[in-house]
Design a protein around this ligand. Structure first.
Ligand SMILES: NC(=O)c1ccc[n+]([C@@H]2O[C@H](COP(=O)([O-])OP(=O)(O)OC[C@H]3O[C@@H](n4cnc5c(N)ncnc54)[C@H](OP(=O)(O)O)[C@@H]3O)[C@@H](O)[C@H]2O)c1
Length: 351
């Protein structure tokens, strides 16, 4: 099958709002050694894409946003088994996802989980790699430990709640509204609290019989740091996902020492390719069976045609969404209609 040399893609034309996302004619990339070319059926949207758009084009990265896709392998570079041609995969990608064709490292692709379509599968990689890296590699979450997630209905949060509760952990979450707290509970959180409630710390203590939680994943840009330290149990770990707007970390040091806490954070995108490959292997071993058993389902808030990427960014920045946004290129896009909380976990009513 001959591949086109040109394609349409969404490009960040300059720094700014969603209107700087332009639909352009660009080259179809050519896979190098160890890479595959994926024909994109669906591309996940992440908060990172909005931040990249606001900063504008950079020499460091592709000007085509998009960190995760689902689609079909249509070409490969040296060293990749040619038997993989035609394989349906989802993949973590280093930019370029808002397009018809994108490159991925072959070992950062995962098979489409049985029972999941491309739309749901495209919503998986960024959140799944982030959850695994932070909770299991960095925080070394142990069996029976309790966790708290800020941003319980974010793309990361909606997956984390399901994965961690399926693995037997007590999961607590904070959210910005009571409706979002309801959704977090419906996804499996033992309880969820509004972070606007001045006593959310007291509520977490009450829910954990005064013990607190062992690990916190915080995407608030350090807004909750002092409270996080209060709510962590002895030996607790606090991991930050978002640097905020140049935020500084201020914590009561005495409590950090007295409780023996560890505070850190990470960025997934610059993580070495070999480490991402190891995470992919772990996800296949641990998360894929949960997905294929229907115990974990990506929550897709809305699916839009790729040409409407700017609208997807407006929805993301409105703060209204719960779960993920997904872009679908070409004729496969179908109607521009909200899909609601698609692909819910079985027997849980999110209505
Ligand atoms: N470091 C990494 O490797 C990495 C990887 C993936 C994601 N991230 C970051 O993780 C976050 C989630 O990503 P996403 O794509 O899933 O984004 P998203 O769906 O847009 O979610 C953003 C979340 O941040 C929450 N939030 C904002 N201000 C908050 C506050 N003061 N306290 C508590 N929560 C607050 C929001 O909660 P409410 O709506 O309830 O206010 C919302 O759920 C983003 O900040 C993203 O940049 C980092």
């Amino acid at each position: 099958v001959s591949l086109p040399q040109r394609q349409s893609a969404i490009v960040i034309a300059r720094a700014g709002g969603p209107e700087v996302l332009e639909w352009r004619d660009v080259a179809v990339p050519v896979p190098r050694a160890g890479e595959v070319l994926i024909e994109v059926q669906a591309a996940g949207v992440n908060r990172h894409d909005c931040n990249q758009r606001r900063r504008g084009p950079s020499a460091a990265h592709s000007d085509i946003p998009g960190l995760e896709v689902a689609g079909t392998i249509v070409d490969m570079g040296h060293g990749v088994d040619r038997a993989r041609l035609g394989e349906a995969v989802c993949a973590l990608v280093d930019g370029g996802g808002y397009a018809h064709y994108v490159l991925a490292c072959a070992d950062q692709t995962l098979p489409l989980p049985a029972g999941l379509g491309a739309t749901a599968a495209a919503a998986l990689p960024e959140a799944a790699f982030t959850v695994w890296h932070n909770f299991f590699e960095l925080a070394r979450l142990a069996p029976g430990e309790a966790v708290l997630l800020h941003g319980g209905t974010s793309g990361v949060g909606t997956l984390a709640i399901q994965v961690l509760s399926a693995l037997g952990h007590a999961v607590y979450a904070t959210c910005g509204t009571s409706a979002k707290c309801e959704v977090a509970r419906a996804l499996g959180a033992r309880d969820a609290f509004s972070y606007r409630d001045p006593d959310w710390v007291g509520r977490v203590h009450a829910a954990t019989q005064g013990r607190g939680v062992d690990v916190i994943l915080d995407m608030s840009g350090a807004q909750h740091s002092a409270h996080d330290v209060q709510v962590l149990a002895q030996g607790g770990r606090l991991l930050h996902l978002s640097p905020g707007n140049g935020a500084e970390l201020r914590v009561p040091l005495r409590a950090v020492l007295a409780k023996g806490l560890s505070i850190g954070g990470s960025l997934l995108r610059p993580l070495a390719a070999q480490r991402k490959a190891l995470i992919a292997r772990e996800l296949r071993r641990t998360l894929w069976p949960l997905l294929e058993a229907g115990r974990v389902r990506p929550v897709v808030h809305q699916c839009l045609p790729l040409a409407q990427a700017a609208e997807a960014h407006r929805v993301m920045e409105s703060g209204q969404l719960m779960g993920k946004l997904v872009l679908v290129p070409g004729a496969q896009a179908g109607a521009d209609r909200p899909m609601g909380l698609e692909a819910q976990p079985p027997q849980r009513n999110l209505a």
